[in-house]
Design a protein around this ligand. Structure first.
Ligand SMILES: [Zn+2]
Length: 73
C-alpha cells in the first residue's frame, strides 16, 4: 500500500492565493472557487482535476499510478 497525500495546496493562477484543501478520494473536483478573488478554476487540458493543474500534489488516483482510469470517468 502506498501512502497517498490528501492535502494539496491549491494556488490560484489569477491572484496567487494559496489554500490547503483536502482532496476527495472518490470523486474528481472539476471546479474550485478561489476564496480570495472568486475566480472559478477549471483543470488545464490533459489534467483530470483542479488539483492536478493547480495543486502542490496531484489527485489520489494519479499518485497511485491509476491515471489510465481517470478518476472523473
Ligand atoms: Zn484567486
Amino acid at each position: 500500500m502506498s501512502e497517498v497525500t490528501l492535502q494539496s495546496a491549491l494556488t490560484c493562477p489569477r491572484c496567487g492565493h494559496v489554500k490547503v484543501e483536502t482532496m476527495p478520494t472518490d470523486a474528481c473536483q472539476w471546479f474550485y472557487e478561489c476564496e480570495q478573488c472568486h475566480a472559478v478554476l477549471r483543470p488545464k487540458p490533459g489534467d483530470c482535476c483542479v488539483y492536478c493543474s493547480y495543486g502542490s500534489v496531484p489527485c489520489p488516483p494519479i499518485q497511485e499510478g491509476r491515471q489510465d482510469e481517470h478518476c472523473c470517468q
